[in-house]
Design a protein around this ligand. Structure first.
Ligand code: FES
Length: 130
């Protein structure tokens, strides 16, 4: 279950993907915004970073106060690093490696994203869903 168990959840590189989770049609995502999806117990924030023409995904859970909130966060860039700022207390996390960029919160889990034929997919590993 995807909770505060950060030690058992590592950043998933593309090579660790067991399957690609279909999260819908790319044009239905807000520009420069995110949507939340659930796969079993896992809540995933998926971002259409249209300003950079990039897509990102991470856990929806903010580790600061354990709020399911990151999909509603503000995305932006800091020294070219894509980031999401939690809407509650503005902790920011890299959308590449999940590191907290303005505090000492634990890193969040990030996931690879691909868009094929207009459909958005998030790469997941089975281990993560156990
Ligand atoms: S709950 Fe996210 S920054 Fe506090």
């Amino acid at each position: 279950m995807m909770n505060a168990d950060f030690e058992t959840h590592a950043v998933v590189g593309s090579t660790a993907v067991d399957f690609w989770f279909n999260v819908g049609v790319a044009t239905e995502f807000p520009d420069n915004g995110g949507l939340c999806f659930k796969h079993e117990q896992l809540q995933i924030a998926v971002f259409n970073f249209s300003h950079r023409n990039e897509w990102y995904a991470c856990q929806n859970l903010c580790p600061h106060r354990m709020q399911m909130a990151l999909s509603r966060g503000i995305i932006g860039s800091q020294s070219d690093e894509p980031k999401v700022a939690c809407p509650f207390h503005k902790r920011s996390f890299s959308l590449r490696d999940g590191q907290c960029m303005n505090g000492d919160e634990p890193a969040i889990v990030t996931f690879p994203v691909k868009v094929e034929d207009g459909i958005v997919y998030v790469g997941l590993s089975k281990k993560m869903l156990n």
